[in-house]
Design a protein around this ligand. Structure first.
Ligand code: GTP
Ligand code: SPV
Ligand code: MN
Length: 583
């Protein structure tokens, strides 16, 4: 790779504080990082990406399996030969005048049987410093690799940061990832989506485990019992917020405590007890900034006060940062995410208000600084999962919460998830797309085989988690969210756990079980008249309409779609046939 990229120097990242400090100083000198007010935000820096490099570019992301059908109909595919050839043109001499950094990293605790090792080569100090937050980096990792150990070979170059030459390539058979011409997190922190989801899902299929786009959280009752939940929500649909929620005032008397294990990725295995056990392979959060404040997410507001790299937020004159929905008053001036001087209310040529921070601006921050960080983060075995929840962003269709009838039905619920697009993808905001298990952009192989794998995993467990679906995002006639969300979501999780513990019964509707309203503890909140009814409304016509989308989606997979999913679809239609709108 040195021969291909022609860097001036090669530097091995050893994981030491001294080296980190040197790299920070170097990045400040070149302008790659801006040092923030070190009294107010110790160890914090700001970075701005190119204006056309602010979110994952799914249309430039490819699965380069040998056969096209192994990538499946939902992935972009390129043959390995063509992909290597195309990318080599862009990598050629791309590091001239630059340093190549060699980052050995472990996803999962170093030495755990759950963990996987990668080595990322990059010409970006920003990538190095982010990887040092998001993963376990340095000599410890190399020791565990030995001389002939298997690792994921990750190559990244900013090259010219030219979107026309951008490629994010995955070679599952070679255990390799090549990313060129981007500097945006999800495209370049190769341990995250590229390794821990796309490559890992391919490996997990072969090795019989699950690599999922899921948060992991523990809910502790006053008697000390902690139960863990894993939740898959599409990008920017609430994983980070849920993973560290603060119990609402009304439930304080119950003494719950929340433990954050992870906010984005879960690796899960069946253990000898027949249950599903999960680790978070990451050590940091790469979280959405807009909307983060001490009311919506107190734990995160505390976490990001130090040792944090901010990307594409507003810089205030006092050397601190701001974004839409941050704590405190709106600043009177600043430098916006594009690097332009900014004042509130200014409009662009199209008459739209110019934002201070990009809607997908983010912070990179260590889990260890999070007040709710789980004490089990370093445990090699992970945590046992009692419930899996699939969450989507639907303004009308899906009720606040429902439970699937069994594992197979739960897989159907996950496989037919659909959500409105957010700023985390380049694309049309608000448009509904099917996003099975929140993995549409992250499954490294044929999604029909992935569904079959999920069905098989259910058969391997004598004590499988129950599967639920939630939707925090239903809106009223004025477009306002009906459910207050955030901390109040604990009321829903409480019902989820009650169901897992066989403490409450439920009402059966065609899509699954919904709560008896009296089983949701609503102490301390008052919603508008009729809100609860709206939140649990099952609108037959809307669901019949939804079936068209499901059928189209399933047909993409032709004969390869597992028969069980067609069966579940038939059963669902039959249940609706016998149903009249009563809720
Ligand atoms: P990725 O990092 O892209 O995978 O996203 P995520 O799933 O972790 O989403 P995150 O928690 O960062 O939330 C994204 C957006 O949803 C933010 O603007 C939040 O304020 C908003 N959000 C999160 N939870 C809720 C909720 O319960 N209700 C409402 N209305 N909004 C929420
Ligand atoms: C997501 O988009 O789901 C993220 C952010 O978690 S990124 O790492 O950029 O993919
Ligand atoms: Mn994510």
């Amino acid at each position: 790779m040195v021969k291909l990229c022609a860097p001036d120097a090669v530097v091995l990242i050893d994981g030491s504080e001294e080296q980190k400090h040197r790299l920070q100083q170097e990045a400040i000198a070149t302008g790659e990082l801006i040092e923030l007010n070190q009294q107010r935000l110790p160890g914090c820096f700001l970075h701005r990406t190119a204006q056309d490099d602010v979110a994952r570019t799914e249309h430039l992301t490819f699965i380069c399996s040998k056969r096209k059908k192994d990538a499946g109909p939902t992935n972009n595919w390129m043959s390995p030969a063509l992909a290597y050839r195309n990318a080599k043109r862009y990598f050629k001499d791309s590091m001239q005048g630059r340093t190549m950094y060699v980052i050995p990293f472990s996803m999962g605790p170093v030495g755990s049987a759950f963990s996987k090792i990668g080595v990322e080569l990059t010409d970006s100090i920003y990538v190095v410093l982010n990887m040092m937050i998001m993963t376990r980096v340095g000599e410890e990792v190399l020791k565990h690799l030995g001389v002939d150990g298997e690792f994921t070979k990750c190559l990244h170059s900013k090259a010219e940061l030219d979107i026309r030459k951008r490629l994010i390539l995955h070679f599952p058979q070679d255990n390799a990832i090549w990313s060129v011409n981007s500097g945006y997190g999800g495209n370049v922190l190769l341990g995250k989506k590229c390794l821990s989801l796309r490559i890992a899902s391919f490996v997990a299929h072969k090795e019989h485990w699950l690599a999922e786009h899921m948060l992991i959280m523990g809910i502790e009752e006053p008697n000390g019992r902690i139960q863990y939940i894993a939740g898959a929500f599409p990008s920017a649909c609430g994983k980070t917020n849920l993973a560290m929620l603060v119990p609402p005032e009304g439930l304080k008397r119950k003494g719950y405590r929340i433990w954050t294990v992870g906010d984005d990725i879960a690796w899960m295995r069946v253990d000898s007890d027949g249950s599903l056990w999960a680790i978070n392979p990451e050590t940091g959060f790469f979280g959405v900034a807009p909307g983060t404040n001490s009311k919506s997410n107190l734990n995160m507001a505390e976490t990001i006060k130090k040792d944090t790299i901010y990307t594409n937020v507003l810089l205030k004159p006092d050397g601190t940062v701001w974004w839409e929905g941050a704590d405190g008053p709106m600043p009177e001036e600043g430098i916006d995410w594009r690097g332009n001087s900014w004042r509130p209310g200014r409009k662009d040529d199209h008459g739209a208000i110019i934002k201070g921070a990009h809607p997908n601006s983010r912070f990179t921050t260590p889990i260890s600084n999070c007040p709710s960080a789980s004490f089990r983060l370093e445990q090699h075995h992970g945590v046992p999962i009692s419930a899996i929840i699939f969450g989507t962003r639907r303004c009308h269709l899906a009720p606040l919460v429902y439970e699937s009838f069994n594992w197979q039905h739960g897989v159907f619920v996950g496989a037919t998830m659909a959500s409105e697009l957010t700023a985390a993808q380049v694309g049309k905001l608000g448009q509904v797309r099917r996003d099975p298990m929140a993995m549409l952009p992250f499954c490294g192989y044929n999604m029909a085989d992935y569904f079959r794998h999920w069905l098989m995993m259910g058969k391997k467990m004598s004590n499988p988690p129950k599967i639920f679906h939630v939707n925090w995002f239903k809106t009223d006639a004025h477009g306002r969210f009906i459910w207050p969300g955030f901390g109040e979501n604990l009321r829903v999780l409480e019902w989820v756990l009650d169901r897992c513990n066989n403490k409450v019964s439920a009402q059966q509707v065609p899509i699954g079980y919904i709560p008896h309203l009296s089983d949701l503890d609503m102490t301390g909140i008052r919603l508008e008249e009729g809100a609860m009814k709206k939140l649990f409304e099952i609108h037959k016509e809307a669901w019949l309409e939804e079936f068209k989308g499901i059928r189209l989606f399933f047909h993409m997979f032709k004969k390869n779609l597992p028969e069980e999913l067609w069966q579940e679809f038939e059963l669902l239609k039959q249940r609706f046939h016998a149903y009249t709108n009563t809720h």
